[in-house]
Design a protein around this ligand. Structure first.
Ligand code: C5P
Length: 219
């Protein structure tokens, strides 16, 4: 493969969790280190792409050559993503919280003797499905799916329901969250590839190689 196969391409990556504020000191969040998304952003930059990384709160350094936009909540992430489009490919790795509190409290909620406060939740926008349905849908749209059971079957359904091209599915019933390794299935139209367990960097490199093949085949 040539050295900078993604030169001239713009790649959008979302990574990390989102934090959904309850009050000024508390939030709801998903468990996500951001490592896999950051590794993908780094691999895309190393392959010569212009990379925009929309990141939830993580403790990671920005990879070399990557433009990073920091966000906290799913709504902020959705807005940032909309502003970055159009791109050649979007790889949505973020573990977006499915819900946020309906009523954000401007002041810290006080402990009130006996009854703890009831949190009323409301659904967050599905950022990936929104990108898939948008007029600016990238020619190659990739989602991730963390599953604890029926990994491939659930990923196939997710690919169809969300209207994306590829789903990278991983089994998170082990200690993938926060760990350095990942074992994934790449689910495409009519095809599933199982990749043996490898480091998140290696998953990223392999995925970016396939992205480069696809984007250059389309060119
Ligand atoms: O439905 P589920 O959360 O398992 O889907 C995972 C995929 O969808 C990931 O690519 C994730 O980044 C994306 N997603 C999103 N916005 C949401 C929920 C998930 O972009 N609100």
């Amino acid at each position: 493969m040539e050295e900078r196969p993604l030169y001239g391409k713009h790649v959008l990556v979302t990574a990390g969790p989102t934090h959904e504020p309850i009050d000024p000191v508390r939030y709801l969040a998903n468990r996500s280190s951001g490592k896999q998304g950051y590794a993908i952003a780094a691999a895309a930059a190393a392959a010569g792409a212009k990379v925009t990384l929309v990141s939830g709160p993580v403790h990671l350094r920005t990879p070399a050559g990557v433009d990073r936009i920091d966000v906290e909540s799913a709504e902020e992430m959705a807005k940032a993503v909309r502003e970055v489009l159009p791109v050649d490919t979007a790889i949505m790795v973020a573990a977006v919280a499915d819900w946020r509190t309906r009523d954000y409290a401007d002041a810290k909620i006080k402990k009130r003797g006996s009854a703890p406060p009831a949190l009323v939740l409301t659904e967050n926008p599905d950022i990936l499905a929104g990108v898939a349905a948008s007029a600016k849908r990238p020619p190659l749209l990739i989602g991730f799916a963390a599953e604890t059971n029926d990994v491939v079957e659930n990923a196939r359904k997710k690919r169809k329901n969300k209207g994306v091209d590829w789903i990278v599915a991983n089994d998170v019933s082990g200690d993938v969250m926060g760990g350095d390794d990942n074992e994934v299935h790449l689910v495409r139209e009519g095809m599933v590839e199982h990749w043996e367990a490898m480091t998140k960097q290696d998953v990223a490199t392999k995925l970016i190689e396939q992205v480069a093949e696809r984007l250059t085949a389309d060119a």
